[in-house]
Design a binder for this molecule. Sequence first.
Ligand code: PMV
Length: 349
Amino acid sequence: MSQLLSHFQDLEPTSFESSWKSPANIAFVKYWGKKGHQLPANPSLSMTLNECTTTTKTKFTPAEKLSVSLKLEGKTEEKFALKIHNYLESLLTELPFLNKLQIEIETSNTFPHGTGIASSASGLSAFALTLTDYLKHLRPEEDESIFLKRASFLARLASGSACRSVYGGFACWGDSEMSETTDKYATALSVHPELAHLHDSVLVVSGKEKNVSSTAGHGRMGEHFFANARYAQAKYHFTKCVAALKAGDMEAVGEILEAEALSLHAMMLTSPQVYTLLKPNTIAAMERIWAFRRETKLPLYFTLDAGPNLHLIYPDQFQHKIATFINHELSPLGEKIIHDKVGEGPSRC
Ligand code: PMV
């Protein structure tokens, strides 16, 4: 049992309500492949966003048995309620009192479904934060300093990348050469002041639901011919990316961003059951970005999630020229653009 959940065994539930707003994040070094129970096969690093957030209110009421109801944008969503129910059941050994709770969740996103931004990181980190708040309510004497660690630990068990969203700025997750990183939860990463205000404009090439989920994609790494080479590359990129972020070297960060995006999608193209989530306009946009960089020498780079949409990353000081290029030259290749930037992390609301 993890130390972070070790002293909640003999508690009796009481009524409580908690509300959190939590952001999505974009990985600079990607988590792709698992080991053990929700542990990453390689370290990852991400930037927390500002505008793309989920707000979640959770009401905990003592009851005879565990039940979960969930409303998304005011509409009952049984599929998500079941997901949370299964997640809470998986925590019963550490937190047996969960079995005696009625849990009512109301949640909403600032980014509508179909914008190609995964809501699992923001949604599940917001829920994990309300659950962590509840644990704090039950054990108020607990040390405040472990609050975010515990929230990150609980978020990881719900969805890997969600564990990085509990911190503002940048976050690392997974064992690495850095002593403070661990597979169990994410830790905050401080970066050079020049890179502390990066933008992320998301070019939504397609907002349609993807046909191979991230869970299935992680699974396909299990028997992937290149899995070990990919994990070694991610470790190498992780160390280089941390160093570049700390040194304020945007060019080095940008090279890793694009290499990571293309490696992630190369894993899909070469997996035992081949597939791709890229669309023709994803490639067309990449080519325009490379041409723009060649011609202007301005630091605009892209990365990709497990989907066709480009996250366009650039420093604040070039915002005007780069946003003009994005709005005029890239927007015809997509359905819409969401201009976001690095954010300060979750907050109670
Ligand atoms: O957290 P999951 O299981 O949705 O996986 C996230 C995978 C990527 O978004 C592609 C990479 C990452 O590190 O966020």
